[in-house]
Design a protein around this ligand. Structure first.
Ligand SMILES: [Zn+2]
Length: 81
């Protein structure tokens, strides 16, 4: 059975199957569209992945965002610290 399509929201934190070269494996969703933008929570790098690739690489959702506002707040928090 194929997995149902993922419900992705801005601000979601996901764990990927393969760790980033920096050693981190958790990412925050920062952009939605044909390509999904995710930011590595460990090194703060941002990458764009086609949705299909993103869905294949996600291992699990660590935290569910609730949309735009959450992502913006998260970004602002990050700048302050
Ligand atoms: Zn990284």
């Amino acid at each position: 059975m194929p997995a149902p399509p993922l419900d992705i929201n801005l601000g979601d934190v996901v764990q990927m199957r393969k760790p980033h070269p920096c050693g981190g494996d958790t990412w925050r969703v920062v952009r939605l569209g044909a390509e999904i933008g995710i930011r590595c929570l460990t090194c703060d790098r941002k990458v764009l992945l086609p949705r299909s690739t993103f869905e294949r690489r996600v291992k699990r959702f660590v935290e569910h965002g609730i949309g735009n506002e959450t992502a913006e707040n998260a970004k602002n928090e990050k700048r302050k610290t």
